[in-house]
Write a protein that binds this ligand. Structure first.
Ligand code: SF4
Length: 279
């Protein structure tokens, strides 16, 4: 439910957002207009060449399963091409459902942590409510105040984070500006990195176990050889935006991006192979 199923979507992520010509997108496209590469059957005409053709941003995006939810549930399989009277409404509904699904992703993960057992009932109540909201008809979805749900969930997720990280408390770096920082020798296990700016940061071979990464900006961060297998609140979107390799360890449920390096890191001068921090 919370993983993208493009075969059951109507290419909503190729229509709804606006794209500005940049390193991520080769073209400028206004919001609510189909990308010229979108085929009549809603497949991408350059799917296998996205990076080579100047569309790496498309390999990063993740809808948390909102695409197929809107296409198949909210609109019962009626697509915006054959039912253009629904198009604008569908395009407005999609980002709302995406936000609900992103929140559901985090709540689902939070419930998996035994250390947060005392919060499971609260987490479950909110998760069930959000799942119900995501299934509402379009008019009710458009009237939703999604921000208030995030405000309700945020302290709950923070408490989960504190309980889980209590096993190995790390540094407090919430919202820190770590853009381009060399963090290879920093202890980040159990760190609070909520909302941290890690754009282009060097996290090579760093142990990020039990580090809270909710909302952290990992665009271009070097995760080669890093251990994120126990990281908290990591999403496929964040992983896709970073750089990694075959030695990068990811949590269960997240996929290794196909555009990541297929080679393992080599030992660097002055640091012997196998010196990654042990748990
Ligand atoms: S290039 Fe392909 S994946 Fe990217 S927006 Fe256009 S159709 Fe969608």
């Amino acid at each position: 439910m919370l993983r993208a199923d493009c075969a059951n979507c109507f290419g909503l992520c190729c229509v709804v957002p606006a794209y500005a010509a940049s390193a991520d997108f080769a073209i400028t496209k206004p919001a609510g207009t189909p990308c010229p590469n979108l085929l009549a059957d809603f497949r991408c005409g350059i799917h296998t060449q996205l990076r080579d053709r100047g569309f790496p941003g498309c390999t990063v995006y993740d809808c948390f399963g909102a695409g197929q939810q809107v296409a198949q549930h909210t609109y019962g399989g009626q697509d915006w091409r054959s039912s253009p009277e629904h198009a604008q409404e569908m395009f407005a509904v999609f980002p709302i459902v995406r936000e609900l699904h992103e929140l559901l992703w985090h709540l689902t993960e939070a419930q998996r942590h035994p250390a947060a057992l005392s919060l499971h009932t609260e987490l479950d109540e909110l998760r069930v409510e959000l799942a119900r909201l995501a299934g509402l008809p379009p008019a009710e979805l458009l009237a939703l105040d999604v921000a208030s749900r995030w405000q309700r969930a945020d302290p709950l997720l923070s408490r989960v984070s504190e309980l889980v990280r209590a096993e190995a408390p790390g540094p407090e770096r919430r919202g820190a500006d770590l853009i381009g920082a060399d963090l290879r020798r920093k202890r980040l296990r159990g760190a609070n990195l909520r909302g941290a700016y890690l754009i282009g940061a060097n996290l090579r071979e760093v142990d990020l176990g039990l580090a809270d990464l909710i909302g952290a900006d990992l665009r271009g961060a070097d995760l080669r050889g890093a251990d994120l297998s126990e990281a908290l609140f990591l999403t496929q979107f964040q992983v896709n935006a970073a750089q990694g390799d075959t030695a990068t360890r990811l949590p269960a449920g997240l996929d290794r991006p196909t555009h990541w390096s297929t080679t393992a890191p080599t030992a660097r001068p002055g640091r012997a192979a196998g010196t990654r921090r042990r748990r």
